[in-house]
Design a protein around this ligand. Structure first.
Ligand code: SAH
Length: 457
């Protein structure tokens, strides 16, 4: 008999696992539902929410049995916002889930049995994010609001206090909401392709008192620009730089090409592992400065560097990993595709007087193929690709280059497992260390260390 999954019908389920996306995997007989905020061991009634790609998703209606891991979240909207539904799950349970998730991806995708070290977590897993980006909307009383897009939609869930973001962000966003109303700033309306303010991006420095605000606008013309910036600085004197970024494209990408510095130097500085880094609006910079130091320590430890080593840092961003490694090796070669990040990296090396590192702006795969063709000698490769992982060209060239050690830093265990499986013909997986860069979310960062199976030299 065909079941009626209309909104009102309740389905009794038992949660047996957490999915890759951190949703409860819930069963009713043979039927499986993915339910956000439901945890293994829990039972209760859900309502059918929607179906996507053949999977059914539900919402909790009533819980009969709760997990010992369930706690009262600090954030009242963590379920509706969806950004960090894990706030309802005790932190030690979150860490255990992340360790298991990494292990499972290796099993499922790489067909490898690995035993990751337990996921390293934060002492105080709140207010850690140094990068905040929020779209803006306007209610029918003309008040501006900002928030996060509800998962899978472009509906803004208004957020007043976010418990994972640097606390300075709230003061700035509140000021922009207030000033936006008096300056008659119109939020950008995606569906109508009109309006002005698309997003506000805030970057804070953990170790220096510096804060960047990027106003992403649909149009270049910014009425009362100088007065708006003056008023913003008056409300938030701790802001050290303000940038206007113009994005007139109909796209999900937040930042556009053109930017104009409206106040301050156009960058902020932060310190990682004792080294200062200049960070501009478009450069990638890890979002959790505390755990980044842990991550880099683990990556550099895994590389077992010696003073004779030639190191290649691929997908280098503003050069952070390479610069941290430079003092323990002979030479570092770095490659990164975003030109602003490469310019930041060069300035950073100069400023910190690190002279055994060079930066190239190129596609990592093209650069790697070139190095392999030239039979360049490299002892250690650090690779830290974006979520989609590396491509076959990069991995084939890496095998030809044959460095003794490869340290793969990954923000997606599924592409990590895929790429490690590919490298497995030449490289033995030595260790896997998950690091919790993103507490209360289902994301996990991993350092995998690989060694060449047969050394030619
Ligand atoms: N290792 C750095 C950055 C990691 S994020 C850090 O720890 O901060 C991944 C980086 O890869 C980003 O800076 C992104 O701009 C860059 N990137 C993405 N695709 C690339 C490609 N095809 N070639 C080179 N770099 C790329």
């Amino acid at each position: 008999m065909k079941k009626d999954y209309s909104k009102t019908s309740l389905v009794h389920v038992s949660c047996v696992d957490l999915s890759y996306e951190g949703k409860g995997v819930c069963k009713n007989g043979k039927d499986v539902y993915f339910v956000p905020g439901m945890f293994p061991g829990e039972e209760g009634d859900i309502v059918f929410d929607y179906a996507r790609n053949g999977s059914k998703f539900g919402k909790i209606a009533k819980l009969d049995k709760t997990s010992p891991g369930r706690i009262q979240p600090r954030c009242k909207i963590c379920s509706s916002c969806g950004g960090c539904a894990f706030q309802q799950y005790d932190y030690s349970y979150q860490l255990a889930y992340k360790t298991k998730k990494v292990q499972e991806q290796f099993k499922k995708i790489a067909k490898m049995d690995v035993n990751p070290f337990p996921c390293l977590g934060m002492e105080n897993p709140y207010f850690y994010r140094n990068k905040i980006q929020m779209p803006f909307g306007k209610d029918n009383r003309g008040n501006l609001y900002c928030g996060f897009y509800k998962e899978g939609t472009h509906v803004i869930v208004p957020v007043d206090t976010c418990y994972i973001e640097d606390e300075r962000a709230k003061t700035i966003l509140d000021a922009i909401k207030k000033l936006g109303k008096s300056f008659k700033i119109e939020p950008y309306k995606e569906d109508e392709g009109r309006g002005f303010l698309r997003h506000v991006l805030i970057r804070t420095s953990k170790h220096k008192e510096q804060v960047m605000v990027v106003l992403v606008t649909y149009k270049d013309v910014f009425p009362s620009r100088n007065n708006f910036v003056k008023a913003l600085i008056k409300e938030c004197p701790f802001i050290t730089t303000v940038i206007q970024n113009v994005n007139s494209r109909h796209t999900n990408v937040i930042l556009g090409e053109f930017e104009r510095v409206l106040y301050g130097p156009g960058f902020i500085e932060d310190v990682l592992c004792g080294i200062s880094f200049k960070i501009s609006a478009k450069s990638f910079y890890q979002v959790n400065p505390i755990m980044t130091e842990t991550l880099y320590q683990k990556a550099i430890e895994a590389a077992k560097l010696t003073k004779e080593d030639i190191v290649f840092d691929a997908y280098s961003g503003i050069g952070t990993i390479g610069m941290c490694a430079a003092k323990s090796c002979k030479q570092v070669i770095s490659v990164e595709i975003v030109k602003e990040a490469v310019l930041d990296a060069r300035k950073n090396a100069k400023f910190n007087q690190v002279d055994n590192i060079s930066f190239y702006c190129d596609d990592a795969s093209a650069f790697m193929v070139n190095m392999a063709n030239k039979k360049q000698h490299v002892d250690v490769v650090f690779m830290d690709p974006p979520r989609k992982g590396s491509d076959q060209r990069f991995l084939d060239a890496l095998c030809r280059l044959s460095p003794d050690r490869v340290v793969y830093v990954s923000c997606d265990p599924s592409t990590l497992a895929r790429d490690v499986a590919y490298l497995n013909k030449k490289y033995r997986l030595e260790s896997v260390q998950p690091v919790d860069m993103f507490p209360h979310t289902m994301h996990v960062e991993t350092v995998a260390s690989l060694e060449l199976k047969q050394k030619a030299r």
